[in-house]
Design a protein. Structure first.
Length: 234
C-alpha cells in the first residue's frame, strides 16, 4: 500500500512539472509575424529642406533624406496599426506624429504625401492605396492626381487638352487613368471656371505609372507658391 502511495506521489509531481513546462513553453512562443507592405513617402512640405520618416521610432529612409518634390521609393513596412513620425532632416523637429492602420488583407503598396508648411503648423499626411490599373495598351502612361495644396480651394486639372481630374478638393486623390505618353501641358483651373492658377509641363513615358500632385498654395510666393509636381509610382 505504501508503494502505491509513493508511486502516486511521483506521478502527481511529474504531472505538475509537465504542466509547468507546458506553460513555460507557451510563454516562450514568438509573437505573430504581421504581413508587410511597401510604402512610398513623397515630400510636398514647401518650407523646410528635407524630411525623414520613422516607424515606431526607427528611421526608414536610411540612404537619403527626402527633399522637396522627391520620394523615398517603396520601403517595406509592417502592416496593422503602427506609429509614424516625420521629422525635419536638419534639426529633427517632429513635423507630424500619426498612427496609420494598414488593413492586413488589402493593398500591398501605398503612397503617403506629406504636405503643408511647418511655419503654419498645417502639415497633413495624405495616405493612398496604390491600385495600379491594368491597361492592355502598353503605349499609354497612367496618371493619378493628389490635391495636396493646403486650403479649401478645389481644382480642375487638365493633362494635355483633356480635363482629366475634375473638382478635386484638398486631400483628395484619384484612381489612375490612362493618357497618351509624351510632353504634356498641365493646367490647373479653379474648379468649375476658366480661371487658370497654374500651368506647366511634364514628360510621361509609356507603360509607366505617375503620381501628379499639387503643393504650396494659391497666392503663395517662392517655394510656397502653387505648384504641380510628378513622381514615378511604378
Amino acid at each position: 500500500m505504501k508503494e502505491i502511495k509513493k508511486y502516486s506521489f511521483l506521478i502527481f509531481i511529474c504531472a505538475m512539472m509537465g504542466g509547468m513546462w507546458g506553460c513555460n513553453r507557451s510563454g516562450d512562443d514568438p509573437p505573430p509575424i504581421l504581413p508587410t507592405a511597401s510604402l512610398n513617402v513623397i515630400n510636398a512640405v514647401t518650407d523646410i529642406r528635407a524630411i525623414n520618416f520613422y516607424l515606431n521610432g526607427t528611421r526608414q529612409n536610411n540612404n537619403s533624406a527626402i527633399f522637396l518634390y522627391n520620394a523615398s521609393g517603396y520601403l517595406s513596412v509592417t502592416k496593422g496599426e503602427q506609429q509614424y513620425q516625420f521629422k525635419s532632416d536638419t534639426d529633427r523637429t517632429v513635423l507630424a506624429d500619426i498612427k496609420l492602420n494598414m488593413p492586413l488583407t488589402d493593398s500591398t503598396t501605398y503612397t503617403l504625401v506629406l504636405t503643408g508648411q511647418q511655419r503654419k503648423n498645417n502639415l497633413t499626411p495624405i495616405f493612398i492605396a496604390d491600385n495600379f490599373i491594368v491597361d492592355t495598351n502598353a503605349n499609354n502612361a497612367r496618371v493619378r492626381f493628389v490635391q495636396a495644396s493646403t486650403g479649401v480651394q478645389a481644382y480642375d486639372v487638365f493633362v494635355g487638352d483633356t480635363l482629366s481630374f475634375k473638382n478635386q478638393p484638398f486631400k483628395n486623390s484619384t484612381a489612375f487613368v490612362s493618357v497618351g505618353p509624351g510632353k504634356k501641358t498641365v493646367k490647373v483651373n479653379l474648379a468649375g471656371t476658366n480661371t487658370p492658377v497654374f500651368s506647366g509641363t511634364v514628360i510621361l513615358n509609356q507603360n509607366t505609372y505617375y503620381t501628379l500632385y499639387t503643393s504650396g498654395e494659391q497666392g503663395g510666393t517662392g517655394k510656397n507658391a502653387l505648384n504641380v509636381a510628378v513622381n514615378i509610382s511604378r
